[in-house]
Every structure is written in structure tokens, then in C-alpha cells.
Design a binder for this molecule. Structure first.
Ligand code: KG4
Ligand code: ZN
Length: 341
């Protein structure tokens, strides 16, 4: 069957058509037929971050055209769609409401089953798209602009939290530090590149890994220490080495993520690990986690870069699993800003 995925939780309006067949008893075939992502980055760049009101308006302007394009690129009509999957939580409430109301209207006017998708589970489902052999029980690290959490994934739809950030998300910290050293929003990808030119030992920064056995993180200390370093240098009239800031910040993030991922593998006794979310595109994190997993004889699954950031193909994939479980939504479906894992 064809599943139409709709994503509007932050600053990407996306629609995708996924072909999937099979159920939990056998092999589930899957193929992304289209995955259209209309990014609002250029609009928000002017303000140095996502402006929620502007995001909602931009979703309204884009959602119909993006969906039409997803259908036409996939070569299917709306009548051939067997289910509509929409991100309903967590995210920016105004942004989510655009996708949810659009999906509800389309589903109920056409008599198509509707499925509500958790954005975090969708990020993990991005790994399932390219790895049909993969199925739970494993720890999954979801690192994005809004989240930094480690989940115990029991099966395709059942997750529990093993650890999470107690304050900022890693992506948020990447973007903030990037902005202060003059990189365009969102700073994550530019910080990734710049870090290669700097010395990771140049600046001493606190680790975002909370000490002890906990799998929790705290990125606010690292963010503040980085900003203090930059501000105090500028007050003294000293030139900072931006590449050293990027490299030292990245080193602290990588160390924390690898350390907690290792602990999660130990704790769960798993030999599989998933890395997902927008920050999973970071080349330093990808390499360090690959090395750690290789040394432990564990297999690391990561979506390819194009599926790490927000996109509707991952929503359609997660939606198919909910569909198989019979988890349907009705006209009462509402969006929620909060995580409901
Ligand atoms: O998953 P995502 O697209 O949106 C949320 O659900 O939050 O993640 C966006 C985040 C942004 O903070 C962005 O800077 C970050 O992912 N990001 C990166 C890289 N590419 C995107 N962070 C570090 N290194 C990258 N290469
Ligand atoms: Zn996301």
C-alpha cells in the first residue's frame, strides 16, 4: 500500500509517499517513492532561529503544493493512498496544527485511514527505511534541534526513555554557539565543517554528560561555558579562533554522546545501536560512534544524511508500523507540543 506522510513540526514542510507491504510476522518491504522537503531555513535565518508564528504561516502556504508534488513525483493519485500518517507531537504547536488539520481534512474528506505519528519515533523509523533487517530491541539515540534522548526501543512502536537532556538539546547548543561565532542559522552543519580546521584541545569546556550511571545529559553548561569564553575574549579585545571553538565544542559533545551510548549498550546488553535526528548528520559523531561500536562488536545503524533531518518519509515509515498495530486516529486528533512517548 501507499502511505502519505505529512511533517510540519518545526521549520520543514514535508510530504512523502512510501510504498510498504508485509506485516510483523514476515518481511516488510518498503520503498520511498517521493520525499519533498520545503525548508524555511532562509526565512528564519534573518532572525537567527525559528520564529514559531512565521513557521506556522509558512507551513500553511507550502503544505498543499508540497503534498501535490509528493503525489505527482511518486506517480500516484490521492485515491491510491491507503493511509495518511501525520506528525502530531512533539514540536511547535502552531506548526504541528497545520499538518494535523491538513491531514485530518484530507483523510476524512477522502475516507482514508489516519495515523498520528510521534516525531521522535519517526526519526528512529528513518533508520528502518534503509535497513529492512532491523527490528527492536536496541537503544536508540535521538539527537536533534529539540531533543537529545536515549530510548530503549522494544519494537517498532514501543519505546521507553533511558536518558535525556535535562535542559537544552544538542542541536540547540550547536546552533547557539554557531550563531555567536558568526555562522548562519542553523549552525550545526557549519560547525561540523569548521571543527576540522580547529584544535579540539584548545579550549577546556565542561562535558554535557552528567556524571555517574545516569544516561542523562545537560547541554546548558557547555553552551554557557562556550559563550562565556567568546564574550570574555571579546571584552578583552582578543581575537578568538572560531575553528578552535567549533572543534573544542564538538569534542565535548562527541565525548558525551559516545560515553552515554556505550553505557546504554552495556545497560541493555544489546549489540545494536541506532543514531537518529538532525544532529545524527554530524560527521564527527558518526565517526566516533562507528569506532566505538566497531570496538565493541556492535552494529551501528544510522539513516543516510538526507533522512536525518526532518522529512515526511520517516513519518510515513513510522505511520506504517502504527497502521499495522491498528493505531488509528479520528477527527478528534489534536496536536501536542509535548513528548508523549
Ligand atoms: O531533527 P531536526 O531536523 O529538527 C528537530 O527535530 O529538531 O534537527 C535540526 C538540528 C539543528 O539544530 C541543526 O543545526 C542540526 O540538527 N544539525 C547538525 C548537523 N546537521 C544538522 N548538527 C551538527 N552537525 C551537523 N552536521
Ligand atoms: Zn526532528
Amino acid at each position: 500500500m501507499y502511505i502519505l506522510g505529512i511533517e510540519s513540526s518545526c521549520d520543514e514542510t514535508s510530504a512523502a509517499v512510501l510504498f510498504a507491504e508485509g506485516d510483523f510476522k514476515g518481511k516488510i518491504n518498503r520503498e520511498v517513492k517521493s520525499n519533498i522537503v520545503a525548508s524555511q531555513i532562509e526565512t528564519h535565518r534573518l532572525y537567527g532561529g525559528v520564529v514559531p508564528e512565521i513557521a506556522s504561516r509558512a507551513h500553511i502556504e507550502a503544505i498543499t503544493r508540497v503534498t501535490e508534488r509528493a503525489l505527482s513525483e511518486a506517480g500516484v493519485t490521492i485515491d491510491e493512498i491507503g493511509a495518511i500518517a501525520v506528525t502530531a507531537f512533539p514540536g511547535l504547536i502552531g506548526a504541528l496544527l497545520v499538518g494535523v488539520n491538513f491531514a485530518k481534512s484530507l483523510a476524512f474528506s477522502r475516507g482514508i485511514p489516519l495515523v498520528a505519528v510521534n516525531h521522535i519515533k519517526a526519526h528512529v523509523a528513518a533508520a528502518y527505511i534503509e535497513h529492512p533487517e532491523l527490528c527492536g530491541d536496541f537503544p536508540a539515540l535521538v539527537v536533534s534541534g529539540g531533543h537529545t534522548s536515549i530510548y530503549s526501543v522494544k519494537d517498532y512502536t514501543n519505546f521507553s526513555v533511558l536518558g535525556e537532556t535535562r535542559d537544552d538539546a544538542a542541536g540547540e547548543a550547536f546552533d547557539k554557539v554557531g550563531r555567536v561565532i558568526g555562522l548562519p542559522y542553523p549552525g550545526g552543519a557549519a560547525m561540523d565543517k569548521l571543527a576540522y580546521e580547529g584544535n579540539g584541545d584548545a579550549i577546556s569546556l565542561p562535558s554535557p554528560a552528567l556524571p555517574g550511571d545516569t544516561l542523562d545529559f545537560s547541554f546548558s553548561g557547555l553552551k554557557t561555558a562556550s559563550l562565556n569564553y567568546i564574550n570574555s575574549a571579546s571584552q578583552k579585545g582578543e581575537e578568538i579562533n572560531r575553528a578552535d571553538v567549533a572543534a573544542s565544542f564538538t569534542k565535548a559533545v562527541v565525548g558525551a554522546i559516545v560515553g552515554k551510548a556505550k553505557k546504554a549498550l552495556e545497560l541493555t546488553g544489546s549489540n545494536k545501536l541506532i543514531l537518529a535526528g538532525g544532529v545524527a548528520a554530524n560527521s564527527h559523531i558518526r565517526r566516533a560512534l562507528s569506532e566505538m561500536c566497531e570496538m565493541r562488536g556492535a552494529k551501528l545503524y544510522m539513516p543516510s544524511i538526507s533522512l536525518c533531518g526532518d522529512n515526511a518519509a520517516m513519518v510515513a515509515m513510522a505511520g506504517y508500523f502504527e497502521f499495522l498495530k491498528g493505531n488509528f486516529a479520528d477527527t478528534y486528533l489534536n496536536a501536542s507540543a509535548n513528548d508523549e512517548i
